[in-house]
Design a binder for this molecule. Structure first.
Ligand SMILES: [Zn+2]
Length: 418
């Protein structure tokens, strides 16, 4: 039994009702959501979020990339505000809680402060970051990247989706090309509440994950160049089949994941594009997208060397040319120890069962960690299933994380009324 019942906190019913309303916008027959960044569904969700915020009396600021900031002022207008939030966009076949919980929990924190008549010294803001998922525009976490000074606004506006639609044009089309500058202002801190997207909390029965660090992740696009020829007359020793070269790399990368699994490393072969991809023809080109992760940056370097060796060996065996055409990565960071110990202290006071964890998926918090003290809170999700229509949470097991967010943000913002 936790101390939650005896302390003033959030209104779990109200938060749940906002999550249910969100689950109607872009609902898929499989029970999930399809709310791609800057789509009509994204616009509808943004409109609803802004409506809720204004109905509660908050201003909504929108910057040039469509990042939305719901603002509850503090008593000291000069003190940098506390920021919390996440994202309202989803994968093409995504779930109802990934990102969404973090934004709507933020709104609930503001409303709960109003319920209890609590004034804070610092202002508190809730952010909805544009295009976190990267399901439509690459890269993921695009707009927090720019906010944190990692890329320019113009570069982001020029990103194109698969059909060649510019980010900037799509943003104007849904009416969310705001006028505020992107970033460049001082923040006290950033909190992001997110479902774990893994099975640990669900299996251990802990209420909350206090996220102190993030796995380092490496992604690569591997290009395989071969030669088209007729599958009939071409002798085996003449073949340069790009598909087969890609397959050798794919198997090697997967085997690598098994080798590093005992130390919690993992690898994924996520996508293959082959051309011409026709029966009766050997392929002249393939693109393979892989990703691998490890808690220890040094071991990730060892995995990188293994992939490079696999590329050389696969090229030899398939008689194709294989190269690493593109590399990207994120993570390998530590969140703010001060905020982590604030969470630990508050969780203990609330009798919330918590564990320290490392994040394995990408989050906007990674970019924010570069510009202000940042921390993440994880809540359990059923069987760790995510980026999937079956993504689900147990409401009773979600409330402790939201209560913790409420206490932590309040402490950081400082009560103005003692
Ligand atoms: Zn997310």
């Amino acid at each position: 039994m936790s101390n939650l019942d005896t302390m003033p906190g959030i209104d779990a019913r109200r938060l749940w009702s906002t999550l249910e309303a969100s689950s109607e916008i872009g609902a898929t027959p499989g029970g999930g959501l399809r709310r791609l960044a800057l789509s009509e569904e994204d616009r509808a969700m943004r409109d609803l979020f802004a409506f809720w915020a204004r109905e509660s009396g908050y201003e909504v600021g929108i910057d040039r990339l469509g990042n939305m900031f719901v603002q509850r002022p503090g008593t000291d207008p000069k003190a940098p505000p506390v920021l919390m939030g996440s994202h309202l966009d989803t994968q093409a076949k995504g779930g109802r809680y990934d990102g969404i919980l973090g934004v709507l929990a933020g709104l609930e924190v503001l409303r709960s402060l109003d319920d209890h008549g609590i004034a804070t010294v610092r202002g508190i803001e809730v952010v909805n970051w544009s295009n976190e998922e990267g399901a439509r525009f690459q890269p993921p976490m695009l707009c927090s990247l720019v906010f944190a000074g990692g890329a320019s606004v113009e570069w982001a506006l020029d990103r194109e989706d698969k059909s060649g639609v510019r980010f900037g044009s799509a943003l104007e089309a849904i009416g969310y090309a705001g006028e505020e500058p992107v970033g460049g202002r001082e923040l006290d801190s950033y909190f992001e509440l997110h479902i774990e997207q893994g099975p640990v909390l669900d299996e251990t029965g802990d209420d909350v994950g206090i996220v102190t660090s993030a796995y380092v992740m490496a992604g690569m696009r591997i290009q395989i160049l071969g030669q088209t020829s007729h599958v009939g007359p071409t002798p085996m020793h003449h073949r340069k089949n790009a598909l087969v070269g890609a397959a050798y790399v794919a198997v090697e990368v997967n085997e690598m994941g098994w080798r590093y699994a005992p130390e919690d490393g993992k690898s994924s072969v996520a996508r293959i594009d082959v051309s011409p991809n026709l029966p009766g023809l050997l392929s002249d080109e393939a693109q393979l997208y892989i990703d691998f992760r490890h808690p220890d940056p040094d071991r990730l370097d060892a995995m990188t060397a293994d992939v490079e060796a696999a590329v050389t060996e696969s090229a030899r065996r398939s008689r194709t040319e294989i190269s690493i055409a593109e590399r990207w990565g994120f993570g390998g960071l530590r969140f703010d120890p001060g905020l982590a110990s604030l969470l630990t202290r508050q969780a203990t006071a609330l009798s919330i069962r918590f564990r320290e964890m490392a994040s394995q998926a990408g989050h906007d918090a990674y970019h924010m960690n570069n510009i202000c003290p940042t921390v993440m809170i994880f809540s359990p999700c059923k069987d760790g299933i995510t980026h999937n229509e079956a993504e689900d949470v147990d409401w009773d097991r979600t409330t402790p994380a939201v209560e913790l967010l409420f206490r932590a943000v309040l402490e950081r913002a400082g009560r103005a009324d003692g």
